[in-house]
Write a new protein. Sequence first.
Length: 399
Amino acid sequence: RISNRYVGLWGYTESGGNLEPIQAQVEYSQFAERPRNGLCMKGWGYATYPGNGITLRAGQPMTIDIRLQTFDRDGLIFGLRKLDDNSPDSLEVSLSEGKVVLSSESSVFTPDGINSDFIISSGTIYTISIELSGIVATVSVDGDIVSTYRLSSLLDWGTSDQNIIYVGGDNDTSVSGVIKNIVVDGIKLNLLQDNALVYKGMTDGSCLSSKIALDGISTFGSGYVRYPAVEFVEDFRIDVRIRTSQPYGVILFASDALGFNAISLSVDDGQVEFVAMKRYVKTAVRTGKDVSDGNWHDVSIVRENSTITLHLDGYSPSSTYLRENVAYPTNHGLYLAGIPHTIPLLLDLVPHLLPFEGAIRSLAVNGAVIDLNEYVEAEDISLAGTTVRHPAKSYRTIQ
C-alpha cells in the first residue's frame, strides 16, 4: 500500500525483445490499520485466554456482561472452565435456536420462572448480562430479564491457574459475529491476540458494527459465495443493496474461465466502482460518494448501447463510454463478496477484488431477482443466518 492506495504486484520477462507479463502467485492482505474495538469471529474457530484472575467461590455472586452482534442461532459464545480432573467445573453461555442459554459440566441449569423466546440472532448489537447468586442465575438482554435458572449445585472453581476462558466457540462449536467487549465482575477482559492462548478464526479490529439483514448474505472480509453463471451480454442492468464500514471489497464479480473477460462491482477507496475488462482493455466508472459508512446503499449498473451508467441511491448517475462495445462472456459463475484463489485475474483487476466485509441483499439482474439461498458453493459467509464455515485462502493467480 502506497500513499493510501492499493497497488498490484507483478513481474515482467523479456521475450524476443518484448516485455511480457509473468503469471505468478501473489499473497496480499488488506493492510489498512483497523481500530481495535472488537473481536471478529469468523465462525470456524475460537479463542482461549488465561482465566486465573477470575474467582468464583461457592455461593459468591458473579456478573458477566457480553456485548455481542451475531446472526448465528447455535454455538458457544463464552465459557469459563476449570480444567481439573478432580473437580471439573464450568459455566457456558451459548446460543440455542437464537436464544441465550446457560449450562455447566458440574451443575444442572433448570429454567425457573421467566423463560422468554427473545431471539438475539438478528445482527443487532446486544448486551447480554448474566448474574449468579447462589443457586439462582439470571439472563438479561439490554437490561430486560429474558430467563431465570435454578442450579442443582453451587459453582466453585477458586483461582486455579488452570482456569481457561473460551470465546467464540471451542473444539466442537463456533459462532460468527462480533464481540465488542466482555466484563467479568467489573473487569474488562483483554481479548487481543497477544493475550490469547489459542487464537484461530478470529481477527482483532473493527467488524461491521451495525444491523445486518437476515435476508441477504453477510461476510467478514475473508470468503465468497458463487451462484450459477449469468450472461452479461448486450444491454443489461444490475441492482443490489450493500452495507459496509470498510473502504475496500468486491461486491460482485463474473468472468470467463481464463479471466480475460470480466466485470466487477466493488468498493474502492470508499467509492463504488464498476469495471469491465475485455482482455486487456479496461472500462471503469465510479461514484463520487463514500459508501463505507455502515448505512444501506442502493447501487444500479445500467448498460445501454455503448454507455455504462452507475447510479447510487437513485441520485447523481455517473456514466462512461465502453472502450470496446462488446459482450462480456461470464460463464464461470457469478461471485458475491469475494472470489476463490483458483480464479485467474488480470493485473488491473487485482486491487479491486479484496474480500468484502459487510452485507449484500436484494440482488437483481435484468429485473430478475436472484435467490441468494440457491448458491453453488461458499466459504466463510453467513447466508440467511446460517454460516458456511470454511476458511478462504488469501493468494491468487494474476496475469
